[in-house]
Design a protein around this ligand. Sequence first.
Ligand code: GDP
Length: 382
Amino acid sequence: MGDWIYLIVGIAVLGVAALAGLVTSGRRRRIEPPRGGTDVITPPPADGDVEAPVEETPAVVVPEGPTAPATPTLERPEGTASRLVRLRQRLAGSQGGLGRGLLALLSRDRLDEDTWESIEDTLLTADIGVAPTQQLVERLRTRLRVDGASAADARTVLREELLELVDPTMDRRLQVSGEDGRPGVVLVVGVNGAGKTTTVGKIARILVAEDRTVVLGAADTFRAAAVEQLATWGERVGVEVVRGPEGTDPASVAFEAVKQGTERGVDTVIVDTAGRLQNKAGLMDELGKVKRVIEKQAPVTEVLLVLDATTGQNGMIQARVFSEIVNVTGIVLTKLDGSAKGGIVVAVQRELGVPVKLVGLGEGADDLAPFDAGAFVDALLG
Ligand code: GDP
């Protein structure tokens, strides 16, 4: 009998020990460090579902050891692949109303004249412009003639027609490379307040994320704040900013920036410019001179016009004025996060015959993304 008790107690002790082992090994397993490092960029999910976990950025590069030099800590900007995925929800948030409104109208039991008029109004309110609106309504009328088209049909047709208007065939690549050992030169123009300086800083980050070397030219010399602002953008990612004292001739700063960029053998020089629109002749002289002096050293490979998407028709007027002054090769639409007027993408491309290449979707340092027609239309449809 006594032996039995010893045996039972022994088994019980062994059992408890085994259980404790399992628990601790489980715990140990849980605190194992994640494999594969921390700076993995989440690839865009195939179906564009934004619920995928979003990688936080930017990762900070920590200097080595306690005796690290006193240089500012450099940020590592977010790679381009994950940007639009991360920002798509923001785009859908501000633009989704347009697509949802249209879909609701198109899925009505009867597509009568009143409904078509409402569809037209919805498109005009989103700043798509008169001609594209008429074209779209005409196409939708033809394709959805049958009363009571199913919601799925309406969505498919609307997606196809919107995509056609936004034009997925346009070449939206930024021309940031030069030839014959010279840097690519990106000239950034637009009215004050459009988000020009911010965009220059954000583009620099995109290029740095792609391991390109960059020099910035702070040629908006009329505003000390713009120069300071750009200097800060540059410092954050270790990009040199060429600047002059307040009031310096913008052309001389642009010249110096391209000269330094060439001497250093960098890939791209981005030049910020002043955007005072009070006087078109003055602006024309100024931008013309900036371009001429730059081209004494290297051709300008890209002229980006920065437009604030919230300014509607005013933005269109600016687009016209600037396209008369300089040969705009790409459009950056900023503040799309705060505007339900995404239709301006269509209007401005039509007006200038130039693609929207980048979209600004927030005030964060990496809230600028390459424009993608399909992702944009999907965001419109919510
Ligand atoms: P600039 O005068 O054209 O150089 O304009 P700034 O670069 O100084 O920008 C003007 C303001 O617009 C700043 O407060 C920026 O943070 C803001 N801004 C620029 N781009 C965007 C954007 O895409 N979204 C939002 N919400 N704000 C932006």
